[in-house]
Design a protein around this ligand. Structure first.
Ligand code: ARG
Length: 466
């Protein structure tokens, strides 16, 4: 195996040890980051006079050509190399000869891999933020579209009080908004450059750490070189935020499965987001929603794995940290797919408004409103609660609903009832009377706020591009 460190070793290599130790099979994903980091390092070494101008140019040209060949597929990132760093360096030396051996001056693979991983995570945080924004737009349009789509709101999965689909999606808007903000705040905290930390104790060369940080668009170099090579907090924070985002996607998926069930029939999934059964011809299964729900487990797994990997590590770098990659890559890929699929599934689904409305009318979701009616007529709430309880019992006996129970029944329980009770417990009244901030009757305000929020982010993005 091509290694960067044969000097002090005398014994033959062991194949299993090599296979166990190598990381190229997965850190090949960091090829781009590794080359970009090396380009910054080489430019800095040149500016500092550690490399001559000619050496610097030769190295940078060599790196660029490797980059180009990897991008267009001419050079396959594979072979008998220990890791991506060995791969790039060996290829560089092969292409430009002896000068290639000078690239690693004032650098260790420890700060090299630390910068590669940071560049990777930072980019993925940006892409995931964008996907979350797209999902927020989709959810917002459902909020706008369904302001008059009545449905039962549930607690304990029992019909509780009527809401609208708009209000229901408003809750998911808030969850995904927090997910978005988590990505942004992690990015802000992690954006420091470990390059120049060396193996752990910096270097004796006059490196310009500010310069490499700037080229790689970090806010600055990290403060402490031991922390620089051994900090993986940002990986854990990212996995944590991804786990929470998956939890949200999973809850929504679970609702979609329930809504799609034969009993509910609140939602009709587009054929593209459902699958059939090999034996039961009538089936249209919500496999995509189920898979999103199911894949939440592997993202949680990545978080727990990374927390556990890091918990006993003495400073500074330890090879355990190589384990930061595979499950993180998998978690990131999984979340990106799930966000894209959820957006597609939501924007193509049809909501069965009639069914939802009927469901909201059954099951006494308006019982609280009937009690509130009596309160408006001067009955204390606790007494009103008891009276409506009796009426609900009466409805159950007679197999009817509060909307259809005759006024005489109402009056038998409390003479304060009048025929305006029917209007007071109608779905539209139940919803539109709930005007407290955040309630289903105040959706216009909530939607305006959500719109303003997304507009603010777009304006911010535009001003940063300028
Ligand atoms: N493949 C290693 C990793 O991912 C690169 C750093 C290796 N450093 C070392 N001293 N062996 O962490």
């Amino acid at each position: 195996m091509a290694q960067l460190w044969g000097g002090r070793f005398t014994k033959q290599e062991n194949e299993l040890v090599n296979a166990f130790n190598e990381s190229l099979t997965f850190d090949r994903r960091l090829a781009e980051q590794d080359i970009v980091g090396s380009l910054a390092h080489a430019a800095m070494l040149t500016q500092q006079g550690i490399l001559t101008k000619e050496e610097g140019e030769q190295i940078m040209e060599g790196l660029e050509s490797i980059h180009k060949d990897i991008s267009d597929g001419t050079l396959k990132v594979a072979g008998d190399y220990e890791d991506i760093h060995s791969f790039v360096e060996s290829n560089l030396i092969e292409r430009i000869g002896e000068t290639g051996k000078k690239l690693h001056t004032g650098r260790s693979r420890n700060d090299q891999v630390a910068v590669d991983m940071r560049l990777y995570v930072r980019n993925e945080l940006d892409e995931i933020s964008d996907l979350l924004l797209e999902l927020l737009h989709t959810v917002l349009s459902l909020m706008e579209e369904h302001q008059h789509t009545y449905m039962p709101g549930f607690t304990h999965l029992q019909k509780a009080q009527p809401v609208t689909l708009s209000h229901h999606f408003g809750a998911y808007f808030e969850m995904f908004r927090r997910d978005y903000e988590r990505m942004i705040s992690i990015r802000g905290r992690m954006n420091v450059c470990p390059l120049g930390s060396g193996a752990l104790a910096g270097t004796t060369y006059p490196l310009d750490r500010q310069m490499t940080a700037q080229i790689l668009e970090f806010d600055g170099p990290c403060e402490n070189s031991m922390d620089g090579v051994s900090d993986r907090d940002y990986v854990i924070e990212t996995l944590d935020a991804l786990a929470i985002a998956m939890m949200h996607l999973s809850r929504l998926s679970e609702e979609i499965c329930i809504w799609n069930s034969n009993e509910y029939q609140f939602i009709e999934l587009d054929d593209a987001y459902a699958t059939g059964s090999s034996i039961m011809p009538q089936k249209k299964n919500p496999d995509i929603a189920e898979l999103i729900r199911g894949k939440t487990g592997r993202v949680y797994g990545a978080l727990v794995q990374m927390l556990t990997t890091m918990k006993g590590l003495p400073l500074a770098y330890d090879k355990d940290m190589q384990e930061d990659k595979e499950m993180t890559f998998d978690a990131v890929d999984t979340v990106k797919n799930c966000l894209t699929l959820m957006k597609g599934m939501l924007s193509t689904s049809r909501f069965n408004e009639e069914r939802m409305k009927k469901s909201a009318q059954q099951g006494f979701a308006n019982a609280t409103d009937a009690a509130d009616y009596l309160v408006r007529k001067g009955v204390p709430f606790r007494d009103a609660h008891g009276m409506i309880g009796q009426l609900v019992l009466r409805c159950i006996e007679k197999n009817t609903s509060l909307d259809e129970l005759p006024l005489s029944e109402y009056r038998a329980v409390c003479p304060a009832f009048d025929k305006d009770v029917y209007e007071a417990i109608s779905l539209s009244a139940c919803v539109s009377r709930r005007l407290t901030k955040g309630a289903p009757g105040a959706m216009a305000e909530e939607i305006a706020g959500a719109k303003a929020y997304l507009r603010m982010i777009e304006d911010l993005d535009k001003s940063e591009e300028r």
